[in-house]
Design a protein around this ligand. Structure first.
Ligand SMILES: Cc1cc2nc3c(=O)[nH]c(=O)nc-3n(C[C@H](O)[C@H](O)[C@H](O)COP(=O)(O)O)c2cc1C
Length: 160
């Protein structure tokens, strides 16, 4: 059963931000993290998006509350994070990130036209988009990043 449909069993959305405690987060490490996270999340019916900007992470997790809570606890114990901060936790009737078991977007690596869209809307410090502390802005940034990275060719059939 797909728990993301309205009226079915409970689904929650969790958004947190953190800073990487790594000196250098290579693209290879990030790709490997995305791959293993996507596999594990798919097994747990969790979907979401992970944004990297400068040395900060912003991640949204959507799925069954028990699974999302359990994953957040594991993430909180992961030494690769520093200054973890829970921004938002809510019940939802529809997922906003249902197409990705976990997708990683490095805002610093976005093509310039997409970056410009974000730069016009969000503050920039030392060349990187600042990950907001405000939960509404954080969700807006995640939704913008989702919209900007889903190109026509990647768009799954049937999605808007
Ligand atoms: C920025 C960041 C995001 C992560 N996101 C996920 C995730 O979405 N799913 C996941 O299973 N692990 C994720 N991890 C890894 C977890 O923190 C943890 O290492 C992993 O869940 C441990 O899995 P295990 O207990 O099965 O070994 C993430 C780690 C980092 C640093």
């Amino acid at each position: 059963m797909n728990s993301s449909q309205p009226g079915s069993s409970k689904t929650c959305r969790l958004i947190y931000k953190s800073r990487t405690s790594w000196d250098l987060l290579s693209n290879e490490v990030l790709l490997e993290l995305a791959r293993t996270s996507a596999d594990k999340n798919a097994e747990r019916d969790i979907t979401g998006l992970l944004i990297l900007s400068g040395e900060s992470f912003l991640q949204v997790l959507e799925g069954p509350p028990d699974e999302v809570n359990d994953l957040y606890l594991r993430i909180a114990h992961d030494e690769r994070h520093g200054k973890l901060r829970l921004l938002r936790y809510e019940s939802i009737s529809r997922r906003s990130f249902k197409d990705w078991a976990m997708h990683v977007v490095d805002l610093d690596d976005l093509p310039m036209p997409q970056r410009q869209v974000l730069i016009r809307k969000y503050p920039v410090e030392e060349g990187s988009i600042v990950i907001p502390d405000d939960d509404h802005l954080a969700l807006a940034l995640l939704l913008d990043a989702r919209r900007l990275t889903v190109s026509e060719t990647e768009r799954p059939s049937g999605s808007a």
